[in-house]
Design a protein. Structure first.
Length: 278
């Protein structure tokens, strides 16, 4: 998620995660994340070696006068040392940005009569689909920087096990536009049906209201899921706050089955990972 989350204002939900005793500095070395997650280089060094302990979920929580920070990922991530290291770097970057912005807020208040509110940032990674060649994840974020309300959202990450590479869900497709075309009218029709149910009123066709328009997938997070545990046959389109409606209206998660047209929109390198939903 980009830094705009850190610049928005109050957490949607309280910080989650298992409480861990944390030294004043969280893990900055990627290998340390792998160790804490229950994996190590030696665990994968030799097939003939003694079986390594099962990977364990990772969770960290830190609180100071100025900020709260929390980050976690499941055991499936911990079982992939390179992925755990990648998310560990993201966690470090998130905490560093949080600390910097909180310090700036506190330092600017010196000599004044107001006291800044405690900042916060958290991200919880969850498994969407665990396939033989891919691990699909959703990252649930929440931030608060002292204003009227915070910001929250969800992002997609897909780990290509063979390539050892992380990408967004939309990167499995030729382009956002290609997937939009594959979904056709279903994308906007499904969104408008959800809007109308939530708002209690019809969406006026041709409305100039920015929150009545149908946003493109370049403004969404696209998650890939599976009902069979072998291939991706479901996708979820996520529109965060302020994208498809006002903040008070909330976010939208729209689920679609994978069709032949959706498969056609997938990049050739990942086509075998998809199948038409049955």
């Amino acid at each position: 998620m980009n830094s705009s989350f850190a610049k928005e204002t109050a957490m949607r939900a309280p910080l989650f995660l298992i409480s861990l005793a944390l030294s004043s500095a969280a893990c900055s070395d990627s290998a340390e994340y792998a160790d804490k997650a229950g994996v190590s280089d030696r665990a994968t060094a030799s097939a003939s070696a003694t079986a390594a302990p099962a990977a364990e979920a990772y969770a960290v929580e830190q609180e100071t006068e100025r900020y709260q920070f929390a980050y976690s990922w499941p055991a499936q991530v911990a079982a992939e040392p390179a992925l755990a290291a990648f998310l560990g770097q993201k966690a470090d970057a998130m905490r560093a940005e949080l600390e910097q912005e909180a310090d700036e807020d506190w330092n600017s208040s010196q000599g004044s009569e107001w006291t800044p509110r405690q900042h916060s940032a958290s991200e919880e990674w969850q498994v969407v689909a665990d396939l033989p060649g891919y691990l699909s994840l959703s990252g649930h974020l929440a931030t608060y920087s002292g204003g009227a309300h915070g910001m929250y959202g969800m992002q997609s990450l897909v780990w290509d096990r063979e390539a050892g590479a992380a990408m967004k869900g939309i990167d499995l497709f030729n382009s956002p536009v290609a997937l939009e075309q594959a979904l056709g009218n279903r994308l906007c029709d499904t969104l408008n049906a959800a809007r109308e149910e939530r708002r209690g009123m019809e969406i006026e066709e041709g409305s100039d209201d920015m929150f009545d328009k149908c946003p493109g997938l370049d403004e969404a997070s696209v998650l890939v899921g599976s009902s069979n545990g072998k291939t991706f046959d479901r996708i979820t389109v996520y529109f965060g706050p302020y994208v498809a409606g006002a903040y008070a209206e909330g976010d939208y998660e729209l689920d679609f089955p994978v069709t032949a047209s959706v498969v056609d929109a997938v990049k050739p390198a990942h086509a075998r990972a998809f199948s038409v939903s049955r």
